[in-house]
Design a binder for this molecule. Structure first.
Ligand code: NAD
Ligand code: TDX
Length: 351
């Protein structure tokens, strides 16, 4: 049995990853650690938590005594860190929370893992590590900054973040790499492009547009809607992380993305068409401050080394996603019933 600590798995990608690994591997036992912020919903994974192969702990990755207790009790072999403040617009409003969770939380997890996993010292004085342990950091393409009309992000593209969110994720990546270089900690990092699919919180573009259409609200597009994102179906991201944890090289960064670049306005029009609604619902609103123009991932490394390729085409993935939101109205109605209404009002009225 391999013991996993998966943080942030009551959120969008972490929940999809949890479901994927529980179905795929008989030999994993998972503890989910999640603070259940506005973005985390226990209902998403309630059916997976059986207190045999999957346990849930409500708590903060910044809480070191809690982490030490969990490491002592469950003897983790693998840590997968999804927990983060993940929304760029919220980071513009309250940067400090992003530093707290995304940087200090990651560093705290690294230290807890180090305390639990180091077995001694080698001849050069570097720590030696328990066999088979791995710390995997879930990062983002946003750490690379913004592209012009041409080119792609590779793993060696210099990091040049622009938003408080991406600056905090970049800093966390530097700490993960620093722990590898300084302590020889067995780490890996994935930098993925924009995900879409089931269980995504409706503050993000695709579920927000689906949700607003179903609620008969206008569809807010920032600026001209010409910014480009590289969209990947969430399960393809989960498969990439699983592959890297099993077969990826320690100390390496892997870009994950599917060569599926689209302008925001195209995405919104596709969703209108799928749901049979007029494009006249589209409303251009004030642009995001420091809005990155274009993201595009070069996934050659993960393809060449591990044979990974995205399996879900955008045309199919977007249909599946829309159908999921139609079939799971209760899920998103619960999610948007509380704090989200104040957030929406603050973010979109008079924009
Ligand atoms: P999300 O906002 O949907 O979920 C984040 C989860 O983390 C929530 O369940 C929340 O309760 C939990 N959390 C927040 N602070 C915590 C803390 N201090 N301690 C414990 N749990 C805490 O985010 P997501 O979209 O699923 O993203 C997951 C990860 O993937 C993030 O690290 C993000 O940077 C990265 N990422 C996201 C995308 C994307 O398109 N959404 C793309 C690339 C990378
Ligand atoms: O109402 C909107 N209107 C709009 O035009 C929203 C919410 C977004 N947008 C635009 C901004 C972006 O150009 O759509 C694009 C996508 O926006 P988001 O869904 O907020 O995603 P993005 O800012 O690209 O970041 C996402 O991908 C990378 C995730 O939120 C990050 O966690 C991940 O790291």
């Amino acid at each position: 049995m391999k013991n996993y600590l998966v943080t942030g798995a009551a959120g969008f990608i972490g929940a999809n990853y949890l479901k994927y690994i529980l179905a795929k591997h008989d030999d994993v036992r998972v503890v989910v650690l999640d603070l259940l912020t506005y973005a985390g919903y226990l209902g998403t994974i309630a059916g997976d938590v059986d207190n045999e192969r999957c346990f849930f702990v409500k708590g903060d990755i910044c809480d070191r005594p809690l982490l030490d207790r969990l490491f002592a009790e469950y003897k983790f072999d693998v840590v997968v860190n999804f927990a983060a403040e993940s929304h760029v617009d919220r980071s513009i409003d309250n940067p400090q929370l992003f530093l707290q969770t995304n940087i200090l939380g990651t560093q705290n997890l690294l230290d807890a893992a180090r305390a639990a996993w180091v077995t001694g010292r080698d001849a050069q004085g570097y720590p030696t590590w328990r066999n088979g342990v791995r710390f995997h950091q879930v990062s983002t393409d946003e750490v690379y900054g913004s592209l012009g009309a041409e080119g792609f992000f590779t793993e060696t593209t210099p990091l040049q973040p622009h938003s408080p969110y991406s600056a905090s994720k970049t800093s966390a990546d530097h700490f993960v790499c620093a722990y590898h270089d300084t302590y020889h900690m067995p780490v890996s990092i994935t930098r993925c492009s924009n995900n879409y699919g089931p269980y995504q919180f409706p503050e993000k573009l695709i579920p927000l547009i689906i949700n607003n259409i179903l609620a008969g609200k206008p569809l807010p597009v920032y600026g001209k809607g010409e910014n480009v994102r590289d969209w990947l179906y969430v399960e393809d991201h989960c498969k990439a992380i699983d592959l890297i944890i099993h077969k990826g090289r320690v100390g390496e960064v892997y870009n994950v993305g599917g060569h599926n670049e689209k302008q925001n306005i195209e995405i919104v029009k596709i969703i209108c068409k799928e749901l049979g609604k007029p494009e006249s619902l589209i409303t251009h609103v004030g642009d995001r401050k420091g809005h990155d123009m274009r993201y595009a991932i070069d996934p050659t490394k993960i393809h060449n080394e591990l044979g990974w390729l995205p399996e879900t085409k955008f045309e199919d993935g977007i249909k599946k996603t829309i159908q999921w939101y139609l079939d799971n109205r209760e899920w998103w109605e619960t999610i948007i019933s509380g704090e989200y209404q104040n957030y929406y009002e603050k973010m979109y009225s008079n924009r």
